[in-house]
Design a protein around this ligand. Sequence first.
Ligand code: AMP
Ligand code: ZN
Length: 470
Amino acid sequence: MELKLYNTRTREKQVFTPINANQVGLYSCGPTVYFHAHLGNMRAYIFADLLKRTLKLAGYDVKHVMNITDVGHLVSDGDDGDDKMEVGKKREGKNAWQIAEKYTDSFIDFCDKLNIDLPQGEYLCRATDHIQDQINLVKALEDRGLTYILDDGVYFDTSKFQSYGEMAKLDIEGLEGGKRVADAGKKAITDFALWKFSPKDQQRDMEWDAPWNPQGRKGFPGWHIECSAMSMHYLGDQFDIHTGGIDHIPVHHTNEIAQAEGATGKAPFVNFWMHNEFLQFDENTKMSKSSGKILTVDDLIDRGYDPLAFRYLMLTAHYRTPAKFSWDNIDAAQKTLERLRAKARALNSSGSPHKSALADDYINEINKALFDDLNSASALAEIHGVLANEDLSHYHKHMILHKFDEFFGLEFFKEEEQAEIPANIIELAEARKTARDNKDWAESDRLRDEIADNGYTVKDTPDGFEVTKA
Ligand code: AMP
Ligand code: ZN
């Protein structure tokens, strides 16, 4: 069956064929590890995971590489402002290396909880482990006359790279008209830092010697260079698929292409560029990374949700349509997943293997949906169809669910868990009991409401209280 994928580069759904017969080179932009990844970020990784699993279902070997951005991603896209790692340092009083380690661990933990199959070993690669690759790439660009040096770093001269902004269909003249950036000394608004010099008066936790060192200043890589350098290091000058969120199209991925193609002279750098739409948050769940208020996988667990309910929710929206997160949505997803699991567990798997045209049709439809640009929503609808169809035997229902269980990563046959009451809810209930003992009825009512807002009910009992899920 043909696998069709939507390619941002051509703005078309295209039949996918890899460069090398059976092996697919896949690179995914990974997290910036200065804070926990939020649920929006996790959508990007669930999408990459769905893509990888679909490629495997189609029979390909997948060489999957993902970066960990642990240096150089500045707060603004305009090459000024702090390195995000510095923001993490200031927040927590740790050094940049400790921040990077803490949030890399947190990211891996979230991926585990969501059954995201991360690249293993060196294929999950840190920018700080590939400084020399990045320096070499900047050097290659310099040798080709595509750079210039300013007081604070080495810059890519986008006017010298003919096809700059082609994938993003950037209106360069319109952007230039805006001229917001020239004051930073750049020749054009689209030029960007390849290598930044450490501040004159301050030693950074992360800094390296490089061929560019005015007044002996060490430096660190710009953000975009790591992805070009590491993807080419592991996958070659040209490879099959590159993923990321849609926000990366106009700047980060545009610059990755310029760096790679500028240095090697080979185009296209990547055959298929694939981008996920954003997860949006409503007023009740609004997030802001800068204020430190974000929703994470652990927040879902604290509220008593199975993280896989979030995975389910993400798989019920096509990756190219905006999805909404709300407590109602995650609630509904959890209930649906629980019902689905209850039906799966009730299946009697015994029975003699025999062919069923109906079962084959379902398998075919599920593959067809997935191979049509990863339509996981339709594929899951087919799974519900399988369970509801009275013409299918238990044996065949079980066989189909078992077959796709590993694919979806939703643990269809998971035993029901006794819902544990999260620790923060117990604390609220204890505080409420103290308030009641002190006859502080207003506080006791307020705490009961807060418990209810979190989806739990508290009742007084002769020996204290009882909390149940609402
Ligand atoms: P960052 O850690 O900021 O570099 O982002 C990691 C990934 O998450 C990138 O691929 C972003 O495009 C993606 N991303 C950021 N915010 C969202 C969101 N709200 N929904 C979906 N993807 C997002
Ligand atoms: Zn990247």
